[in-house]
Design a protein around this ligand. Structure first.
Ligand code: ADP
Length: 647
């Protein structure tokens, strides 16, 4: 029934400019409805969809004008309708896109939106609510249909005739059906666009995140951020600027006509300029039209862009610079753009923070390397000095020693007890000096890796006995007891017995020196499994002396390292706390390492009253592996020769 009357109504209608096809309008409506639905599913971008749909409706029905107006925010919270697209018959120019009517203007467009109902006008010329547009001067009747999404009206479908026409309820109902479909299409396209926008943003941020994680040179990142940003917030010129004292310096730019000039650009920060305003607000600010902004510094070599936005770069709650964007047309930036750029600014700030940390680390590394080279140079100079000094001192010392011996056996001296006592003191001093010089030579051989080794079956019991015999007098002098336990059971090992003699000599001398009179020294031995489960022997030298602070347990094996003050030590070989040159443990450690063994100290701490004592451990493999000598820095040729260490 409805179908029949619609066809009838439309059959009566006459179109002045173009004959309307005499088809059944309902069928057309239905066909058009399904066509729009198809368009909606294929053309998703709003800019493409609307012209299509509007053109379709205008053409199919031969209307004089079909347009779509969409609601948007006008200034100060009020609303307005903006013409998105319009279609007229060929030869007629539709009103320009962007034509606007506020809700307050009293036009029928606003009323359709606020009331949510359609508005037919049979005679537009006499209707004061009709939005008169010069381009549509031939319009005689019109129908304004709300574009509804549930309870919300998102715009108006504007249909105009160039004949006087009364829209019947059926016609209105069918056209409203079309309008509803258009509204759905618009909303879908808007959602799709928003989704696209979000996806682009997510992709850009992900890309920047990737750059941040992988880029070694963080200074590249601000440039990449500007590139990525352009895909999300369009702009003509963009720059990342850092504050340096009272100026802003561009560290990355995009869209400037002259890259070099841009990067050399310094913008003076002035009282209350946009940068200062942004710092104070601590959030993005934008200028809709810079030509209207007082005090705007426009550079003559840059094309005028009217819109400007500044977004702060914030690290540790401090604004360190900004991302500055410009667009040609006025009022181009929105709140939404500001929020997007702010996200990118966050990433840029992290990159810049990392870049400065990276610079600091690089600088620190360079300094460390320099210090390391200096130390290595000093160490070498020290080693050279020890070697030269030891050699130079040895010759005159040998002469003194020889002549002292000659003097002691001369008639008149040999049987003069006073002279003999004096000469014995000279000899003791000479021997002590000789011992120190030998230690210096040992250390320099270890340092220069020229320690020669004579490997032979060695019984540590014998080595230790020799040491005990050598130091018997000193032990008696200091009233110390030395106990040697379980060494007889130890297996023979492949080692240089002369070198090992030095190891235990230094350990026992130290035990004597750092144990008060009346104390005990105990040397024990056992068979153990050493590193890599290699069978080894382990000797411990324990004393009841002053002990060693754990902080020094490793350092004492460095050459010249002494725990006490050098200036206050006495220099006797075995006197209590009679510190030596600080070479004994360095020599012991060098020799043990040359045997592929291990040496370490244990002690609860340093205490001269409670005497916690110290224990030194030496672990030596029973059969050292031949190639290990080379690894441990021992001269291979020297291995075959005899020990050339002086004793
Ligand atoms: P030094 O010639 O000074 O004895 P060493 O290299 O033999 O040099 O020893 C280095 C430092 O280790 C000594 O100055 C001393 O402070 C500490 N030390 C070594 N052995 C002992 C020990 N048995 N008890 C306490 N301290 C020790």
């Amino acid at each position: 029934m409805i179908v029949a009357s619609a066809a009838y109504l439309l059959g009566l209608r006459r179109v002045r400019s173009r004959p309307r096809p005499e088809n059944n309008i309902t069928l057309q409506h239905l066909q058009l409805g399904s066509e729009i639905a198809r368009q909606v599913s294929t053309v998703l971008m709003l800019q493409e969809l609307l012209p299509h749909v509007v053109h379709l409706i205008q053409q199919r029905f031969g209307f004089y004008f079909v347009g779509v107006w969409l609601v948007d925010e006008a200034e100060e919270g009020s609303q307005a309708l903006t013409l998105q697209v319009g279609s007229c018959p060929p030869g007629v120019e539709p009103p320009p896109q962007g034509t606007r009517y506020t809700f307050e203007s009293g036009s029928v467009l606003g009323q359709v939106c606020t009331r949510g109902v359609c508005f037919p006008l049979e005679d537009v010329r006499s209707a004061k609510e009709y939005p008169h547009l010069p381009e549509l001067s031939e319009a005689l009747s019109a129908l304004f249909l709300p574009l509804r999404m549930g309870d919300e009206v998102i715009g108006v479908l504007d249909i105009q005739h160039d004949t006087r026409h009364t829209f019947t309820p059926v016609e209105i109902m069918l056209l409203q059906g079309l309008a509803d479909q258009v509204a759905v299409a618009i909303r879908n396209a808007q959602l799709y666009e928003a989704e696209q926008q979000r996806r682009k943003l997510a992709e850009s941020l992900q890309k920047i995140g990737g750059e941040l994680a992988s880029s070694l040179d963080m200074r590249q990142v601000p440039q990449q951020i500007l590139e990525q940003l352009a895909a999300v917030v369009p702009y003509e010129r963009g720059s990342v600027m850092l504050q340096r004292d009272h100026e802003l310096e561009i560290i990355a730019q995009r869209g400037f006509p002259d890259n070099r000039r841009a990067l050399n650009l310094r913008v003076a920060i002035r009282e209350d300029d946009v940068f200062q305003q942004m710092v104070q607000a601590n959030r993005p600010i934008w200028v809709d039209d810079v030509t209207q902004a007082s005090g705007w510094q426009q550079l003559d070599w840059l094309p005028l862009n009217r819109s400007w936005m500044g977004v702060p770069l914030i690290t540790k709650n401090r604004v360190i610079g900004m991302i500055s964007l410009t667009r040609k047309e006025a009022a181009a930036f929105s709140e939404e753009d500001a929020a997007l750029v702010l996200t990118f600014a966050g990433q840029a700030a992290i990159a810049l923070e990392n870049a400065s940390l990276y610079d600091e680390i690089t600088r620190f590394n360079a300094e460390l390397e320099k210090a390391y080279h200096n130390l290595a140079r000093l160490d070498q100079a020290k080693a050279d000095f020890i070697e030269v000094a030891a050699h130079e001192l040895r010759t005159p010392l040998t002469v003194i020693k020889g002549y002292t011996q000659v003097l002691a056996s001369r008639p008149g001296v040999v049987d003069d007890p006073d002279s003999q006592i004096l000469l014995k003191s000279v000899m003791d001093g000479v021997n002590r000096l000789h011992e120190i010089i030998n230690s210096m030579l040992d250390v320099s051989k270890i340092d220069n890796q020229t320690l020669s080794m004579h490997i032979e079956p060695t019984w540590l019991h014998m080595v230790v006995r020799r040491v005990a015999g050598e130091l018997k007098e000193a032990l008696q002098e200091r009233n110390l007891t030395l106990t040697v336990e379980d060494l007889q059971e130890l297996p023979w090992i492949q080692a240089d017995s002369e070198l090992l003699y030095k190891v235990f000599y230094h350990l026992v001398v130290n035990a004597i020196k750092y144990t008060p009179d009346g104390g005990h020294i105990t040397i024990r031995g056992s068979k153990v499994l050493g590193d890599d489960n290699v069978p080894a022997v382990q000797i411990s030298v324990h004393d009841t002396g002053i002990g060693i602070d754990p902080a020094h347990h490793e350092l004492i094996f460095e050459k010249f390292y002494q725990t006490g003050k050098v200036s206050v030590h006495s220099s006797g070989r075995t006197k209590f706390k009679g510190g030596g040159p600080g070479l004994g443990l360095a020599i012991a450690s060098g020799i043990v390492r040359a045997h592929n063994g291990r040496i370490w100290a244990e002690s609860p701490g340093h205490d001269e009253e409670n005497l916690p004592g110290s224990t030194f451990y030496v672990q030596l493999p029973i059969k050292p592996v031949a190639e290990r000598y080379a690894l441990s820095g021992v001269d291979e040729k020297a291995q075959k020769g005899h020990s050339i260490l002086e004793t």
